[in-house]
Ligand binder design. Structure first.
Ligand code: IVH
Length: 437
């Protein structure tokens, strides 16, 4: 009985775990919470048959796993078409209207595009059943043990007048605030450990851990933004994207507070301008905004092309650019033996992210840019894309600089390399360099 009481109080059958721990409006004090939590830990240790998979004690991280299990998503996780200009959004609107034919009004949900890691959460009868990474969209990896350590992800959905469904796939983004990312890196540096290149990598690295105790130690956050499969029995249904957010909020799932409904594409365009203005003040990284046709009926008739829906689009922020000096150009040997030139440069802060390397896709690119060690270059970083050299400032080039040529020997094993030409597609790669070892 005692265990049940501690469990109920903590997990939210009485009130909600979210409410109890709500920073602004706590139901019990931190020390009362800690006391109950420790009591529950002790009781579960003594009566293991009574410890539930959705118990709040799961938050601290269970035993390390041997590996990640592959899991097929019930409904595929799609990707998004990108828009880089206002005109692309107007074209998107036009395409939708042409396809739908009907004169019905079309409104859109507008959401910041978080630069994090997409996850799929399956809740059965209101309890978190399984959590997976997006993977290739069809199959992901089971990360339930790690997801359970994220405080803002409910282990059980809050029961209100909107009852949780039999089964639901809730999609969203796991991320790390920029300040927390910096803290993790400062800490790693002080221990001479590997630092993360950006908050997204820090979130990915923290989620893809076999030891959930490591994940539990990282301040991961979550915003829900989508719906996969839904089995709601006969009496309930969800008809719009904005309704999804209402349901999610009522169940205790975090939704980005900047989410809004626009009545037409012009309001979407204004929303983009507004978010672009707010971007620098946000505690987390975003790389654009996402617009989704609000009505599920319309979404259904629009369907998808390859792996992106026709009813959604991501308006990305323009790439960010900065200048630096190339310190070195080295050659990396890939998994399949392909040799890729990599430029190392003076670390440079582009849009809040420090970059010090850029991959140069192939040797054509080296020739096209004629980039050399010591050159002053312009670097572009577009969201989650690896930084790229876009231009060399020839006016600042040293007379003694030497042209870079493809190596003849493998930098890793010293074997002679082979150069392969692809004459049929000269615009892509005219030659690639491989090590056959
Ligand atoms: S919706 C069919 N909404 O962007 C819709 N995605 O480029 C698929 N993302 O894999 C995604 N914020 O990781 C959607 N508000 C948002 C998002 C969002 C970030 C990510 C998500 C997805 C990627 C697609």
């Amino acid at each position: 009985f005692k265990q049940k009481t501690a469990y109920e109080i903590l997990s939210g059958l009485v009130g909600s775990e979210m409410c109890i721990r709500d920073r602004d409006n706590p139901i019990i004090s931190d020390s009362e919470y800690d006391d109950l939590f420790n009591e529950l830990l002790e009781l579960e240790a003594n009566y293991p048959n009574l410890s539930f998979s959705h118990s709040p004690t799961q938050r601290v991280g269970s035993k390390p796993l041997d590996g990640f299990t592959k899991v097929d998503h019930l409904t595929p996780m799609l990707s998004l078409e990108n828009a880089f200009h206002t005109k692309d959004l107007q074209d998107f609107d036009k395409r939708i209207k042409e396809r739908l034919i009907s004169e019905e009004h079309i409104s859109f949900s507008c959401e910041p595009k978080l630069d994090g890691i997409a996850v799929n959460l399956i809740y059965k009868e209101g309890y978190l059943h399984q959590a997976t990474t997006r993977g290739d969209g069809k199959t992901g990896e089971d990360i339930t043990h790690n997801i359970k350590t994220i405080p803002s992800i409910p282990l059980s959905l809050r029961v209100t007048e909107i009852k949780p469904p039999k089964l639901i796939e809730i999609r969203g983004e796991v991320f790390i605030d920029i300040e927390d990312f910096k803290k993790i890196n400062r800490n790693a540096k002080s221990k001479s450990e590997k630092v993360f290149a950006n908050p997204r990598n820090a979130a990915a690295g923290s989620l893809r851990q076999l030891d959930p105790k490591i994940t539990a130690s990282r301040p991961l956050k979550f915003f829900a933004h989508g719906l996969g499969s839904l089995d709601y029995g006969k009496n309930h249904s969800i008809q719009t994207q904005m309704e999804v957010f209402d349901f999610y909020r009522s169940w205790g799932l975090p939704i980005n507070p900047l989410t809004e409904l626009s009545r037409d594409i012009n309001e979407c365009i204004s929303y983009f301008t507004k978010i672009e203005g707010l971007r620098a003040q946000l505690p987390y990284e975003i790389d654009g905004v996402v617009f989704k046709v609000n009505s599920f009926k319309m979404q259904e008739s629009l369907g998808q092309v390859s792996r992106a829906p026709r009813w959604a689009i991501a308006r990305k922020f323009p790439a960010e650019v900065g200048s630096t000096t190339v310190k070195s150009i080295s050659f990396q040997v890939g998994r399949v033996g392909s040799i890729t030139p990599v430029a190392g440069f003076e670390p440079l802060n582009i849009g809040g992210v420090v970059v010090s390397h850029a991959s140069i896709h192939n040797f054509d690119e080296i020739e096209r840019l004629d980039v050399r060690e010591g050159d002053s270059v312009q670097i572009k970083r577009a969201g989650d894309v690896i930084p790229q050299i876009i231009k060399v400032d020839l006016s600042k080039r040293h007379k003694s600089s030497k042209k870079i040529t493809a190596p003849s020997k493998c930098p890793s094993c010293n074997l002679s390399l082979i150069h392969i030409s692809e004459p049929t597609r000269p615009e892509r790669i005219s030659y690639a360099v491989f090590c056959l070892k």
